[in-house]
Design a protein around this ligand. Structure first.
Ligand code: MEV
Length: 437
């Protein structure tokens, strides 16, 4: 077995597959057949996938499910959800149906500001640096017009450029903190291109600035957008009278509403619970973020930083009862795009966007926040009533049956049997052992 190779990226796909399967698998032919079975027969489509990343050997599928019956600000939607976890799509569909009979979801974009920073070190006087930045800001912004022009014609561009003194946190550390509007694009490439271009202009300006040069100049360390976007916020909400919540699993409406409020109160003060509570929200968020070709790592990083903004990791959602009215709400930082990136390249992303009615970025922010809130409502509803396992294990039943290699006939009969019996791995094992056709 060889584990290292020179020039792997230069090999053809067939050569890469050969080398990998020969050197890493006990049964190379089987490993190769599996890879081939996941290639798309459509040569053009496979080429598109191959070119998304480097060293592509095949595709890695995730299921795409849909959750109909979402009403958001009075408009109907069917949500595309890409996720491997059973129950999430069913939970979304159930929550959508439940709230569609109670006025639906409302959602509002609160702000759309994106951020990028140029991080640098400087050892001289802050007053000289401040004067240098003020004198040159307009010129730096002008120097980047060739990049910002198109974005400006769409209503976006650079909104501000500010010098930030971070020397209290780290000696000699400063930033140029820039804010952007990127309209319907997520904007990562646009922001990073602007930052790198401005950084070069800054370096050029320093060469004519004796006060800065005497202090040793400016040492730019890096320029990059920030995935922390606490001013790119969307708010989603559901509300109805406590009475309208109805009975849940033998629990009266008021008891149910109070339990929901208590569940959120626990997630507000207890990080162990808050992380899982927020993970449930992200089940809905990530599933749409992936379906629409957005960057789920960026969203995850930004959302969890936002959940810690007070210095204490806490619940992203709120639940209240006020004057007999039950309300659940969620505010999320979401920097997403509906143009650029994968949106016009990945056929299933295009399909998902069309399913959503080709929303602009703000509408997509609302849809994603609603999906998060729906998941949170559904998860808490199960947790405070029957417990999560009842529904979860029912949905997981097919996975367990597949793990045991059950036949189609066994599956059919198991689905019937477990309608009225509790699902567990052990119970499924016993069912299959005792199965007679
Ligand atoms: C599981 O994927 C998500 C939950 O754990 C969320 C929660 O506990 O609120 C059910």
């Amino acid at each position: 077995m060889k584990h290292s190779i020179e020039g792997f990226s230069k090999l053809t796909k067939a050569e890469k597959v050969d080398w990998i399967t020969k050197n890493h698998f006990t049964h190379p032919e089987e490993a190769k057949t599996l890879l081939a079975s996941y290639w798309n027969k459509n040569v053009e489509l496979q080429k598109r996938h191959d070119e998304f990343i480097e060293n592509t050997l095949t595709n890695f599928y995730l299921p795409l499910g849909v959750a109909p019956n979402f009403i958001i600000n009075g408009k109907g939607y069917t949500l595309p959800l890409v996720i491997e976890e059973s129950s999430v799509v069913a939970a979304a569909g159930n929550a959508a149906k439940f709230w569609s009979q109670r006025g639906g979801f409302t959602a509002k974009v609160l702000s759309t500001e994106k951020v990028g920073q140029i991080h640098f070190f400087y050892k001289g006087s802050v007053a000289s640096l401040s004067a240098f930045v003020s004198t040159h800001t307009a010129q730096w912004l002008e120097s980047v017009r060739e990049i910002t022009g198109k974005m400006e014609s769409r209503g976006g561009g650079i909104q501000s450029l500010t010098l930030v003194d971070k020397t209290v946190d780290l000696p000699h550390y400063f930033q140029l903190h820039l804010t952007f509007s990127t309209v319907d694009a997520m904007g990562a490439n646009f922001i990073n291109s602007c930052l790198e271009h401005i950084a070069k202009s800054v370096e050029r300006s320093v060469t004519n600035e004796p006060a800065i040069l005497q202090a040793g100049g400016i040492e730019i360390v890096l320029c990059i957008l920030s995935n922390y976007v606490p001013d790119c916020l969307v708010h989603a909400q559901v509300s109805c009278s406590v009475e309208d919540l109805g009975k849940h699993d033998q629990m009266e409406a008021i008891a149910f509403a109070e339990k929901m409020v208590q569940a959120v109160a626990i997630a507000k003060v207890e990080p162990y619970r808050a992380v899982t509570h927020n993970k449930g929200i992200m089940n809905g968020v990530d599933a749409i973020v992936i379906a629409t070709g957005n960057d789920f790592r960026a969203i995850e990083a930004g959302v969890h930083a936002f959940a810690s903004r007070s210095g204490h990791y806490t619940s992203l959602s709120e639940a209240t009862i006020n004057n007999g009215q039950f309300t659940m709400e969620l505010t999320l930082p979401l920097a997403v795009g509906t143009v650029g990136g994968l949106t016009s390249l990945h056929p299933m992303v295009k399909w998902s966007l069309e399913l959503l009615g080709n929303p602009n970025a703000e509408e997509l922010m609302k849809i994603i926040a609603v999906a998060g809130l729906a998941q949170n409502f559904a998860a808490l509803r199960s947790l405070v009533t029957s417990g999560i396992q009842k529904g979860h294990m029912k949905m997981h039943l097919l996975n367990i049956l597949n793990q045991f290699g059950a036949s189609e006939q066994q599956k059919e009969s198991a689905l019937y049997y477990f309608k009225t019996n509790t699902v567990s791995v052990q119970a499924v094992r016993l069912f299959l052992e005792n199965y007679t056709a």
